[in-house]
Design a protein around this ligand. Structure first.
Ligand code: UDP
Length: 337
């Protein structure tokens, strides 16, 4: 491993999934805060373009590695942030085994590394641990309603295992750990073709296609702008709170209303068409963020209109090649015409 010399005066953070959407924004934040960033990714869903601008920074290094396999890092490590994972329902269908492994074996490897290096580790958990929730809005105390053997089970159960093993390392080995439960987040550097609702709708508008609403569109989500999320994660890492904390924007909206907002934003003349609702699609999702407010003094600042405008400007700046690089085969299989 050919590492750049780590500056011993700087705190060192290992970020897994660093070439992905959230990982790349975290890399930016930690560089800005004066850390030495070791960015790790196997590029299965990540893209080097997301961290291209950091590559010549002396405080940034990239390692192409699959965290599901044993990890060796030379030198000291102060923090680990585990953000490697496929994160879209289409990804779970395409790469289910990798999804399971990165959340389980990957987390185990990283906890071992955290223990060996005496580093603090923060794991990216998810609102998916609540499954199709029967409690609304979702508080951290809610245990969830997850189908372990459904198509989303590979992600949900890996993340639930991830939380369990993280708490076990915390309780039995005294590793300092933090758990963030991330609700739907959006912003620049999302994959246009990952099938998630925001890139799907904006991509469809940009290509002049109809917007595909699944089911009747009365299911709800609550969308958080990426900068707000990163701020919450940063605060959680530096806090002394080891139990899970929801980070998300409680501003809840139905998917049909969301499609209408995207039509207005993009000015597309296309219409909304309805497709079959995917199996186990959660019907409602809204974070209760009382804990984040009281423990971290955090709440989201960017409203959806502002965040969507920035995100739309980003997607508009992509090339035609990016725009048409849609994995139509899997996408069409998924939405079952
Ligand atoms: N969705 C939709 N049309 C699409 C993609 C997604 O109506 O083209 C719906 C999906 O059924 C779900 C919501 O949008 O109810 C959010 O889906 P996403 O894949 O973004 O993530 P999830 O929150 O389900 O993990």
């Amino acid at each position: 491993m050919n590492l750049k010399t780590q500056n011993s005066t700087k705190k060192t953070v290992l970020i897994t999934g660093a070439a992905g959407f959230l990982g790349s924004h975290l890399s930016d934040r930690f560089i800005k805060e004066g850390y030495h960033v070791i960015a790790m990714d196997n590029l299965i869903t990540g893209d080097l373009k997301n961290i291209e601008h950091l590559k010549d920074n002396p405080n940034f290094e990239f390692i192409n590695h699959d965290v599901s396999k044993h990890i060796t890092i030379d030198g000291k490590l102060d923090y680990i942030l585990h953000f490697a994972s496929p994160a879209s329902p289409i990804d779970y269908l395409k790469i289910p085994i990798q999804t399971l492994k990165v959340g389980s074996l990957g987390t185990h490897n990283l906890l071992g590394l955290a223990r060996a290096k005496n580093a603090r580790m923060l794991i990216a958990s998810t609102s998916e641990v609540y499954g199709d929730p029967k409690v609304h809005p979702q508080t951290e105390e809610y245990w969830g309603n997850v189908n372990p053997i459904g198509p989303r089970g590979v992600y949900d159960e890996a993340k639930r295992f991830q939380e369990a093993i993280t708490m076990a390392y915390h309780r039995y080995h005294g590793v300092e750990t933090r758990i963030v439960r991330i609700f739907n987040t959006y912003g620049p550097r999302m994959r246009l073709n990952d099938g998630r609702v925001l890139p799907a709708f904006i991509g469809q508008a940009l290509r002049g296609e109809d917007l595909t609403v699944f089911g009747k569109g009365n299911q709800t989500r609550s969308f958080c702008y990426v900068d707000d999320l990163i701020e919450g994660i940063y605060r959680l890492l530096l806090s002394d709170y080891a139990e899970p904390v929801n980070i998300g924007n409680p501003d809840e909206i139905t998917i049909l209303q969301f499609a209408e907002e995207i039509i207005k934003l993009t000015g597309t003349k296309q219409k909304i068409i309805f497709k079959e609702l995917p199996v186990d699609d959660p019907m409602q999702r809204q974070p209760n963020i009382d804990k984040a407010r009281s423990i971290l003094g955090w709440e989201p600042k960017v409203n959806r209109a502002e965040g969507l405008k920035i995100t739309y400007d980003y997607f508009k700046s992509l090339t035609a090649e990016d725009l048409y690089k849609v994995d139509h085969k899997n996408f069409n299989d998924y939405i079952k015409k």
